[in-house]
Ligand binder design. Structure first.
Ligand SMILES: C[S@@+](CC[C@H](N)C(=O)[O-])C[C@H]1O[C@@H](n2cnc3c(N)ncnc32)[C@H](O)[C@@H]1O
Length: 248
């Protein structure tokens, strides 16, 4: 099976149990996320935003609630079905399209912002993806990517992952871990699987971005650890970054 098919199949399966995010978030959490996003955008007018790897649509829904015009792309049709339902529940009009973040079905210079959350780590060719994001951005357009170093090999984070894997297996009533079945076969082909800021910086620079800023999202992580479910607490113990860059 091709690597992209494996990734799509995994997320089609995972969509059943994957957090619906914003729909489950409290008003307080949503406000904290929106404040973070609006300070990252740093612009007041209505923007054309493309959210890639949207999953159940967390970022797409928040940007739409903030008044922007949003298009959202994902490889997995099951995830997109979930995202459409989430948008409907909140009466939001978002253009959902099945597609590949590394080969976007849009003309050049269509968007002011390309956003992604928890996608970079699972791309086989992040350099190609970032060049594509640059291609569909208008001049001075901006990338906002949120991602974590989920597979850090340090002993503390490895132990945390062992615990969260166990909890997920019990919750999902699976004897075998479907994540391991898929990703153990392909992780060596994913350059940002263990995401390091200096590597992301180099990819962005080579893709023609400037004003690259990569910061840890410590305050949102602290609040997710305090108020989230046990799995949130474990996930948000990882270093999570907000990555911003402007098209040169
Ligand atoms: C970890 S989930 C993140 C979902 C959502 N952005 C969030 O924050 O929860 C990764 C998502 O990226 C999608 N994905 C993986 N590779 C992709 C690609 N090449 N193009 C578009 N979507 C992709 C998956 O289908 C999945 O929905």
């Amino acid at each position: 099976m091709e690597i992209k098919e494996m990734i799509r199949d995994y997320w089609d399966y995972r969509s059943e149990v994957y957090s619906t995010g914003i729909v489950e978030y409290s008003e307080e959490e949503r406000t904290a996320w929106k404040n973070m996003l609006s300070s990252a955008l740093n612009r007041r007018e209505q923007l054309e935003i493309l959210d890639v790897g949207t999953g159940p649509g967390q970022l797409a829904l928040m940007f739409a609630e903030m008044g922007h015009h949003v298009t959202a792309v994902d490889l997995s049709t099951n995830m997109l079905d979930k995202a459409r339902k989430n948008a409907l529940k909140r009466s939001l009009d978002i253009n959902f399209i099945q597609g590949d973040a590394e080969d976007l079905p849009f003309p050049d210079m269509q968007f002011d912002v390309v956003s992604s959350k928890f996608l970079l780590w699972t791309l086989p060719n992040p350099q190609k993806a970032l060049s594509e994001w640059g291609r569909v951005l208008k001049k001075d357009g901006m990338v906002i990517a949120i991602d974590g170093d989920w597979f850090n090999s340090g002993i503390f984070l490895r132990s945390i992952r062992t615990v969260s894997d166990c909890i997920r297996s019990i919750k999902e009533r699976k004897h075998q871990n479907p994540y391991k079945q898929h990703y153990n076969l392909i992780k060596n082909d994913l350059p940002l699987y263990s995401l390091k800021p200096d590597r992301v910086f180099r990819f962005l620079n080579d893709a023609g971005f400037e004003k690259i800023n990569i910061e840890r999202m410590d305050s949102l992580c602290r609040s997710a650890r305090k108020k989230g479910s046990l799995l949130d607490k474990l996930d948000y113990a990882h270093p999570i970054y907000c990555i911003k860059a402007v098209k040169r």
